[in-house]
Design a protein. Sequence first.
Length: 312
Amino acid sequence: MPDIYTDIIIKGGVVAFPTETVYGLGASAWNPEAIRKIFETKGRPTDNPLIVHVASPEMVSDFAAEIPDEATALMEAYWPGPLTLIFKKKKEVLDIITAGLDTVAVRMPKHPIALAFIRQTGPLVAPSANTSGKPSPTKPEHVTEDFGEDFPIIRGGACQVGIESTVLDVSEKPFEIYRPGFINRLDIEKIIHQEIHPYRPHKKTDKPKSPGMKYTHYSPDAEVHWLGDDEKPEENNTLYLYHHLPDDLNASKHIVDYHGDFEQMTRELYDRFRQADKDNIHSIAIQQFIEISDNELLIALNNRITKAIGKK
Ligand code: TXA
Ligand code: MG
């Protein structure tokens, strides 16, 4: 790990770095001025709290006032990995991180570069390294698109998961999923031997428990819609994403067939969104999922696509 990036953080700057989910925009969790730069760089509303990234479960005790036994079991099972836990916060945790809430979100990312970096810098707060409103970055070039060629970024290839971490509130029982992700409800229940609240999409009028979920995210400039029953792919200005391409159609540059590989579809979703905008594609049609409840990953994928559709 080149020291220049560690130096930037120690001197109160921000650096983009890879995680297994999406690229993060990191600043020291103990430096309010540095954290303010994150909000400025992204154009992020300050009522949207940030996730603290740690390099070991032990580091959680600097932030969490209480760590329930079930949370310890989840950390043992899934950390490092794409699971963010929300704890009651210690009073030392900066208000700018939590947007004034009495809870704090913490996760230990799985990418070796992220872990090595955090070991050198100490805990980092890091939202996704995109301009607010754009799809989260899953490749270093996505960060450069949003923040410019000269922006400090540690390059670590394409992200393995491709959507943001699952956010689970463990500060109250029953635990509740605020943001669905790669680690799903069944993965969690299997470890804690208790039922949790599944993710409930919030109505616009609800006061969201997780402030970030009220914002439209993940949206390309292209219009995104579910493929209509009798919509036929016409290869003009539309990108078609199929999880199962009907037999009478052939895949092409504009017609993508994932052959039922939903993990790959998840990994590529934001890159497809961004690439469509670069290619001047006007709309993106996505084949609807059938029986979402049978496949937990589809709940997360469906959530991100629905949010991109909801923007228009
Ligand atoms: O995978 C990820 O989680 C990525 C990578 C970089 O680690 N980070 C990420 O951060 O997606 P961000 O800031 O884009 O999303 C954080 C989410 C938001 O929806 C926010 O509202 C929620 O976590 N959150 C953070 N602290 C919270 C808290 N104390 N209570 C409820 N929700 C919280
Ligand atoms: Mg984000």
